[in-house]
Design a protein around this ligand. Sequence first.
Ligand code: KIV
Ligand code: ZN
Length: 500
Amino acid sequence: MKQIRIFDTTLRDGEQAPGCSMDLAEKIEIAQALERMKVDVIEAGFAIASQGDFESVQTIARVLKSSTVASLSRATKKDIDVAWNAVKEANSPLIHTFLATSPTHMQYKLKMSEQEVLDTVSSMVAYARNLCPQVEFSAEDAMRSDPAFLAKAVDAAIRAGASIINIPDTVGYAMPSEMAEMLEYLQKNVENIDNVTLSVHCHNDLGLAVANSLAAVRAGATQVECTVNGIGERAGNAALEEIVMAMHTRKDLYPFECAVETSRISPLSRLVYSILGVNAPMNKAVVGQNAFAHEAGIHQHGVMANRATYEIMTPESIGLMQNRMVLGKHSGRHAVEERLSALGYQLSKEELDLLFARFKDLCDRKKTISDHDLEALALHRLSGIASGTGYRLERFTVNSGNYVTSNAVVSVLHDGERTEEVALGDGPIDAAFNAVDKLIPAPPHSLEDYAIQTISEGKDAQGEAIVKIRCGDRVVTGRGLSTDIVEASILAYINGMNKL
Ligand code: KIV
Ligand code: ZN
């Protein structure tokens, strides 16, 4: 049976979206979860973009065992060298190089003639192929390119040694029928195209990224590029979970193999949403909060009689747990570890020791520990990793009321030293954040967003605070978790400041 490869670009195209930047620990967590899910290719970043990007691509290349690890590069020697240096230690490295082929991009952005573009494709793909056994060439803005010229560029890339040809709908302009026609045209007009992986990469500006990707698969594409939850530039990229579940549910139309383990979809989706500090939209396909909720009486009645009446896929097929096992103070380490693993987390022994200690602390403050509590603890260990070398909250006092000016005293530890500051503010959180600002030196920044939500039900629920701090073009997300929401907020702010 024909194999459809899944190429995930959450850590590259996804991360490029505003508010979606992630730190190294978060990227590694996502990369490992993608590998466990059996995604074929993981694009770990754009290595030349910054030192931080280079380091995260290199670390992911070293850590992953089975998935191919790719770095994006423009079609220049310098970019390709940096991409290669970042991925070369991977078990299966891939250089993904791109150059635009549409008239608009060639004229206004590249200022190159058609011949110059063709020559650059030939020479840069050959250059990359000399370094790396696997090279992908993307014709940026392919879907607004002249098909005959696109065929020439694809031909040049194949002749120069590309093993994957990617056809992006960079601006999300195409319709499903056009996508299919373009792929059919290329398959008819480019020699040897059957010997390479034919890939598509669709953006969602008109809400058609998934439909276009699926049309392309029916028309002969053997690789789909996508991101978890569809995050990405502007309206996002094609959503991995929607592509995989559409092919899985409609096997009659997509009689193809796909290695992805669908039962890992829900935990991975929750991981990515939590890292970005947002909730899944209510009505998001496959992973939305209401994706499996049947509210209307007539639907409930049907589902009770037979789930097939209103359910085309089961919650279990995407790993959405129905039978939640409740943990509490009598639960042992093994039960916690098993539950975490069912939720998609694989922790090292040291991480599990720390998490189990926090679990026991939480059991003193809460009677039952839900899956959400456990997931929050697992995720917040990443904030611990991020702040391991930074500032740590030691203690705080806040004073607030409707007849006093709020004030806060916060003390932090850094490199074994303790410092303390006092600040006033418009409310307890503002006062505490002002004190943290005095304690942690950082470039000019502003608080862009602050939200607090409960992790589970009840008065003893844990509160999770999320802050978004802007520094120039960069927005970092800080997270804090505690049964005390003021403490959760201060932890979140310190976590964000550590990232700055
Ligand atoms: O959207 C796009 O064209 C891209 C390419 C670099 C593959 O992200
Ligand atoms: Zn893209």
